[in-house]
Write a protein that binds this ligand. Structure first.
Ligand SMILES: Nc1ncnc2c1ncn2[C@@H]1O[C@H](COP(=O)(O)O)[C@@H](O)[C@H]1OP(=O)(O)O
Ligand SMILES: [Mg+2]
Length: 345
């Protein structure tokens, strides 16, 4: 079997499962009264549930005795308190529903218990680092987009000896049709093509996209061929709190970019760019914000394998290989890029 082929299959299945849960929660969230939408708990439930499912699916696909190393955003500490117990129950129910919806069967030897779910979430506590294999997960990238009913991504990468070798992006609300059309996402979503994309990239093997609902086979993607910035479009965060939009507007002006920015949430931007919907992605977080490895690992791989380049503001490649201990002062749950390749604020 080709290198990392099994891991791509494991990862795609895990991301599809997690996306199923996220879609269920988002549908229910959007059906609620507006007053309830300021409540952040649905996205919290989906975040935990997504991480539990990815962790469970990856662990169960490994040979017996092999332990998963997962670097991910959540841990179960709050869920193990008295006040978190009801939420853990709810997450457990959603996790079991998603597993059952996948193939109509409950996992053997039976539905997962709250303890199983909490344990699965805590497999995400790995430190990562330059040695061995580590999966890297953002269970819901773009939580604000998720809350608005717009773009978000389940983003899963795999590091092997410090190098990113796989990137998988589940983008449940991204249309298969290009969004670089008048009317953007809304127009693409009503074009008749499916909505929901799964991007997968394997080191040295290119990147593909397929519908989340498996209604079409995977097809290769490649980044925009545009070389004159005057013809390029650029994408950036929807949220002005996430990136300096005045600065990106100035950069675009200096480059001679004439089209307005494509603003969407999450690593769905990387997916859209990988198939050429936009040629440039500019991101400059506000002072003090530090990017986490799970915010870019999968997306950067998809871009790289689609023929693009992802660098920090100084033009250096991103380094996903540093573990939290190696950075000394960084708290355990705050994994950042190494200093040498931080994206400067
Ligand atoms: N203040 C911030 N500045 C920059 N990025 C942020 C900030 N807060 C959250 N993010 C992260 O930005 C990414 C998505 O933002 P965008 O849609 O702008 O690309 C996510 O990784 C999100 O985290 P999270 O994964 O928790 O949503
Ligand atoms: Mg994120």
């Amino acid at each position: 079997m080709a290198l990392y082929q099994k891991e791509v299959e494991m990862g795609c299945r895990a991301v599809r499962l997690a996306a199923l849960l996220c879609q269920t929660v988002q549908r229910r969230l959007l059906a609620e009264e507006t007053a309830a939408k300021s409540d952040k708990s649905p996205v919290t439930v989906a975040d935990y549930g997504s991480q539990a499912l990815v962790s469970w699916a990856l662990q169960t696909a490994l040979p017996p005795g092999e332990t998963l190393s997962l670097v991910a955003e959540e841990d179960s500490e709050d869920l193990r308190t008295e006040s978190g117990a009801a939420m853990l129950q709810r997450i457990t129910q959603l996790v079991n529903e998603a597993i059952k919806a996948e193939d109509g069967a409950q996992p053997a030897p039976g539905p997962l218990t709250p303890e199983d779910v909490a344990t699965a979430i805590d497999r995400g506590l790995s430190n990562g680092g330059p040695l061995g294999r580590h999966w890297v997960l953002d269970p819901i990238d773009g939580t604000k987009g998720f809350m608005r009913g717009e773009q978000y991504a389940v983003a899963l990468g795999l590091l092997d000896e410090g190098e990113v070798v796989l990137g998988i992006l589940g983008c449940p609300n991204l249309p298969m049709a290009s969004i670089s059309v008048p009317g953007g996402v809304m127009a693409a979503a009503t074009s008749g093509q499916p909505v929901g994309c799964l991007f997968a990239a394997r080191k040295g093997c290119g990147a593909t996209v397929e519908p989340m609902d498996c209604s079409l086979p995977p097809q290769k993607v490649s980044v925009s061929k545009v070389s004159d910035p005057a013809w390029a479009s650029f994408c950036e965060s929807y949220e002005s709190a996430h990136s300096l939009q005045d600065l990106t507007a100035n950069i675009a002006r200096v480059l001679g970019v004439t089209s307005p920015p494509v603003r969407i949430d999450s690593q769905a931007k990387y997916g859209a760019m990988a198939r050429g919907d936009a040629a440039i992605y500019l991101r400059f977080p506000h002072l003090g914000y530090r990017e986490k490895i799970w915010d870019h690992c999968a997306g950067a791989m998809v871009i790289q394998e689609a023929g693009g380049v992802v660098v920090d503001a100084a033009g250096r490649p991103l380094d996903f290989s540093k573990d939290s201990a190696a950075r000394g002062t960084a708290p355990l749950r705050k994994l950042h890029f190494s200093r040498g390749s931080d994206i400067p604020s």
